[in-house]
Structures are given as C-alpha cells and as structure tokens.
Design a protein around this ligand. Structure first.
Ligand SMILES: C[S@@+](CC[C@H](N)C(=O)[O-])C[C@H]1O[C@@H](n2cnc3c(N)ncnc32)[C@H](O)[C@@H]1O
Length: 283
C-alpha cells in the first residue's frame, strides 16, 4: 500500500508563493478548469435519470491527470473508473498527485489507468463514457471522429450513456485571450487561430504570477471545432438512441452560463456557450 504522505505536494498545495519557476502546470490547470466533485455528482445524476440505475463503471476518456475518475471512485464503494490517456507523464503525475493522496489502497484497486489511444480501448465495458473539455476535438476528420464515437458505443454496456461536452458561439471564433484571476495566479485562455474553411482552431493556456513571471503555452491545443449538429449526427450513425443536447441556462446578471443544464431542441444565440451531447446505447 502506498501511504498518503508519500505524495509530493505541489507548490500551491504547500502554500508557497507561486512563480513561473515554482508552479506546476497540471496543478494550475486543475485549479483553473476542473470541478471534479461537482462533475462526478452531475454525471451520476444524469446517468441515473437516463439509465434508471446507478452509475457504477465510469470510463473517463482523455482523462489527463484522472482527477474526475478519482472522485467517481470515492463516491461509492461499488464505483469503478477507467481513465484513458495517451500521455505517460501526465498519467504518472496523476498517480502521484491525485490517485495516491485521494484514494486509499482499496479505492486504488477500483481505478484502472490505461496509457492508450481512446480508439483502441473497448473493455472493461462501462456504464458511462465521458469525453470532457472538448478533448475529442483532436480528431480532425469526420471519419476519425465517427470511429471514436463508434468505439464508445462498442465499449458501453447495454443502456450505457456517452456524454461529450461542446463549445461554440461567435465569441469562440474571435482571436482573443480571456483572463481569470485564481488564488495566487491568473489563468489565460487564448483563442489563437481559427480557420473558417477547415474549422481548425488553435488554443493555448498560459499562467501569470504576481511577481510578473509567466508560464506561456503551458498547454496548446490543435483542434477542429465541431458543431452540435455534426456531433448529434455522428452519435445517431454510431447506433446511439435518444441523442440530444443538454443546454446551459443563462445567468442574466453576468450574461454567462448559470450551471443549470436542460434538455433542449433549440439553443439560444449566445455569444459563447458550452453544452453536452448525450446518447444512450439500447438496453
Ligand atoms: C484537454 S486534456 C483533457 C483533460 C481532462 N479530460 C479534462 O477534462 O480536463 C486532453 C488530454 O487528451 C489526451 N489525448 C489526446 N489524444 C488522445 C487519444 N487519441 N487517446 C487518448 N488520450 C488522448 C492528451 O494526452 C491530454 O491529456
């Protein structure tokens, strides 16, 4: 058994002042863009609504540091998670900074991390598959994305559910950088380039610190921006049923999202939106 104390705390977790030299990019990413406890509860709730049973086996595709997978395992003694990511060092970081500190030995037995291409994993079969933070956008042709969605269909148990998030709106097509203040640093999301012909989009994450230092290009994404219409069609072609979109409501004070998702057939003309495409495998 690996003891909890064997894991090295990140500089931020240790309460040290962050600078570009001391900060850890995975830690900053998790603090800026992830809400794993909330997300684990959110997907468990929607899964139960769709499947009429509890979400027990979760596959987190493109899992990165597997933080969400860890929180799913923690939620219930019968929960299991499979995290899949191509990148070995990212998975190693996740084991050291998430799996070991968050999960005891028994819980660790219920988590499997696979360093594999998501196209090559079909088992163990899952109740739900999540592909979050738009990671499937690495697939730049319809044939590649179709192969991915088909592979998810094959990997689910009967009645299983695939959830992928999506983003769009006119704001997303603009060259711009959004800044968000976090505790001890600033998170920057840069929309660097968008090509209207191929729909390819390059985005990057940077971090800035109080001492004026910067971590530039901490993460760079070379993606294709997929539309909800394309995603829905690919789900249907792969054999999913009850394919639909969960659309986020608007916070009328800020004009941004309010965190409340509802099944909708028509969206709003928001400047920027995030939504979730859902499909169920037949029982
Ligand atoms: C944007 S990160 C997403 C991390 C996490 N899912 C989240 O929601 O924040 C994308 C991850 O996808 C992984 N990745 C890219 N292509 C992949 C593939 N074909 N199969 C498995 N993992 C892949 C990368 O290594 C990276 O860790």
């Amino acid at each position: 058994m690996v003891s909890r104390s064997s894991s090295k705390p990140t500089p931020a977790a240790a309460g040290k002042r962050l600078t570009a030299r001391t900060a850890d990019r995975h830690d900053l990413y998790q603090r800026s863009v992830q809400a794993p406890e909330t997300d684990a509860a959110f997907y468990a709730r929607w899964f139960k609504k769709y499947a009429g049973r509890e979400l027990r086996v979760l596959r987190e595709d493109f899992c990165g540091t597997a933080l969400l997978a860890c929180h799913h395992v923690k939620r219930h003694p019968d929960n299991r998670a499979i995290g899949v990511d191509l990148d070995g060092p990212t998975l190693v970081w996740g084991r050291e900074h998430n799996v070991r500190p968050l999960l005891d030995a028994e819980q660790q037995q219920r988590l499997t991390l696979l360093q594999k291409n998501v196209l090559d994993v079909q088992s163990p079969k899952a109740d739900a598959i999540l592909a979050l933070n738009f990671s499937y956008s690495v697939f730049k042709t319809r044939a590649q994305l179709a192969a991915y969605v088909r592979n998810c269909h094959r990997s689910l148990r009967p009645g299983g559910v695939l959830f992928v998030d999506a983003w769009g709106g006119p704001d997303v097509l603009r060259q711009q950088t959004d800044r968000t203040r976090q505790r001890g640093f600033t998170y920057l999301w840069e929309q660097r380039r968008y090509d209207p012909i191929s729909h390819e989009i390059t985005c990057a994450i940077h971090f800035e610190f109080a001492d004026g230092t910067r971590l530039r290009d901490a993460f760079v994404y070379d993606w294709r921006l997929w539309t909800l219409a394309e995603l829905r069609e690919l789900f249907v072609e792969a054999g999913f049923v009850d394919v639909h979109v969960l659309w986020e409501g608007t916070n009328h004070k800020t004009g941004g999202g309010n965190g409340v998702f509802r099944r909708k057939e028509r969206g709003d003309m928001d400047e920027a939106w995030i939504s979730i495409v859902v499909g169920r495998k037949r029982d």
